[in-house]
Design a protein around this ligand. Sequence first.
Ligand code: SAM
Ligand code: SF4
Length: 380
Amino acid sequence: MQPQDSSSGTLIAGVRLPVVTAAESNMPAEKRVSGGLEDQWGRVATDLRISLTDRCNLRCQYCMPAEGLDWLPNDRVLSADEIVRMARIGIEQLGVEEIRFTGGEPLLRKELPQILAGVHRAHPEIPLSITTNGLGLEKKADELVAAGLTRINVSLDTICPETFAELTRRDRLEGVLKGVQYAAQAGLRPVKINAVLMPGINDHQAPDLLSWALSNDFQLRFIEQMPLDADHRWSREQTITAAEIRELLSERYTLRPYPGPRGSAPAALWEVYPHGADDNHMKTHEALGTVGIIASVTEPFCSTCTRTRLTADGKVRSCLFSQTETDLMSILRSDASDEEIAAAWREAMWSKPAAHGKNGAGFDTHDFVQPSRSMSAIGG
Ligand code: SAM
Ligand code: SF4
């Protein structure tokens, strides 16, 4: 079934997502017409994620079903020019300070260099990054850097070819490794690596992944698996928690909390020392590196969230777990002015939930409802 637009919302996986309208909102009128992307709880979103496509060439078990999804038809995906305009409105009218392009797989979007260059030319001060599975990066990294790409996150959950094939349902580890190495050579350092652990598949390999990242000077961050898989198989009991990740890594390393400030960063950082290192060793030796752990499930950081998301089909989502979204593409395609689009975007963000789950109760309660869009259809 294809998602369809209608005046009453978007149809995703058989569920119609309600659209928030100005008439239903309690947003003060003056906040609608000027200022940044503030919400009713006092947070201000400055970090924009734009999904460039819902398509992907992998089928990671925690994200996509084996058979893929019903891809959006091209005319329902924001064009390169529309994306550049939305980015510009975000920066110029709404105080956006950084943009990350994602998907689906953003490298599958042929106009990626054109989109980066369009935003970068108008606003060279804004950091532009991508989150990618790394496939094909070796052919594109130079062009992307020349177009204005400043940072890269590559998602890689294992360095074992068999486990990679099982987890992503594609035998393509070699291609990803080639892509990551090339990105580093092309000047995209520090390369960040995102990893999700699944029980019985790659969890026991966590120390191997960390050893590989440390030896290549890549910054590894583990992300707790969230209930955003298209197969709806996620369960709280099956989630490898931040505490368990630390325990797994402690089989080979000693971890010590990173002494610097965390700010609004989602990852808690840990310094990594050799196994058995005591206080004296840690005082007299430098750490081997750091590792980040993003505990979205067990220690959510909603109160400091600064994100706003635009899906490939032009919907604003104030939160990964939103049950509502706002259709900016229809507004954009109705010849609206930048100011009108900015007002609708502010409106969308005003009703951002305080935290995940019903009344902010998190994922643990039985009334938590997984959003009908899965991670690749939102843009992680
Ligand atoms: N295809 C690109 C990639 O994999 O990097 C970009 C899109 S992907 C949806 C963005 C990030 O979301 C990846 O780092 C992936 O590991 C993460 N992700 C996907 N499903 C997830 C889930 N259920 N829980 C936690 N992270 C997830
Ligand atoms: Fe594709 Fe990224 Fe989802 Fe994996 S996590 S299936 S690479 S969109």
